[in-house]
Design a protein around this ligand. Sequence first.
Ligand code: AQP
Length: 339
Amino acid sequence: MEETKKETNLIFSGVQPTGNLHLGNYLGAIKNWEKLQETKKCIFCIVDLHAMTTPENRNEIKKNTREVAAAYIASGINPDKNIIFVQSNVKGHSELSWILSCHTPIGWLNRMTQFKDKAGKNKEKAPLGLYSYPVLMAADILLYKSTHVPVGEDQKQHLELSRDIAQAFNRYYNQDFFPIPEPVITGKATRVMSLKDGLKKMSKSDPSDQSRINLTDEPEIIRKKIQKAKTDSLPFPNKIEDLQSRPEVMNLINIFSALSDKDPEKIIADYNDTNFSAFKKELTDMVETNISKISSEMKKLLNDMDYLNSILRKGFERANEISEKNIKELKKIIGFFGA
Ligand code: AQP
């Protein structure tokens, strides 16, 4: 029974090639893929069509795409075992996105908080693509009939929308065509926060480089960033409940917990009532060890363009084959001419 389950489960996830890949992308998403690939069929996408939705991310899209591919492989994703490919190469994503947008009431999109955050006060001038981003995300997932989607906490609302869209389509055509995808939000740091503000998530687009640890940061930079990371004037907490009112401290403890695999309670017991320096020193060592392994591997991969291009080419062929098969079936269900 377990064997059947393994075979029918299909994992899909992706990262936008928007530069500045950071510790949040690694701990909230990529690190968790490593375990999943051992037992599940996985598709990992570099979602460049999503990156176009904000004007500042349209530059250097090719360079950033290669960087994300290198980060996947450098973080331990096996390109022979899994499909690693670039979203814009497979035309099924855009095609399905249109079809699904015809099954998505505007009211559902109006509830999406990421659009409100990213569009800010300038909603009227925001590109349509930024608004319909969650429909494209639903298309990414459903195109492969994916069953599970590992993401950070910030993507939970978009995933719930993907489920609603899949159900709306299935209901309309009275079919069981799309599986209803389950979010997989795991790990000890599902929402890594900015190093400067514990209420804001760590983000590639934060104008301050001090707010995040980039996967390409040199050890000296990492050391300085963690030393300067905001805490408060109180000593290290001595009980877990204290963390609720201390978001910056909670964030650093969560990062420590994710990297050491120790529970926050144990970390508090180890450091309680001390000042932050010993804790920050150990945290720095752990971040440095993890990041430097990834960044040196990334550098090697980025110097071997032929290898990276061949991985993405092979990934495209495998993804496109599934996409074409599913789009063909879908068109038959809809009843398009020529299908
Ligand atoms: N701070 C975070 N903590 C935990 N997980 C995170 N993820 C992103 N930020 C954090 C997860 O990383 C995956 C890829 O994210 P993305 O590239 O699609 O875009 P995003 O969620 O919009 O991430 P950013 O860094 O904030 O990018 P920008 O600034 O370009 O919008 C997702 O699984 C996400 O949950």
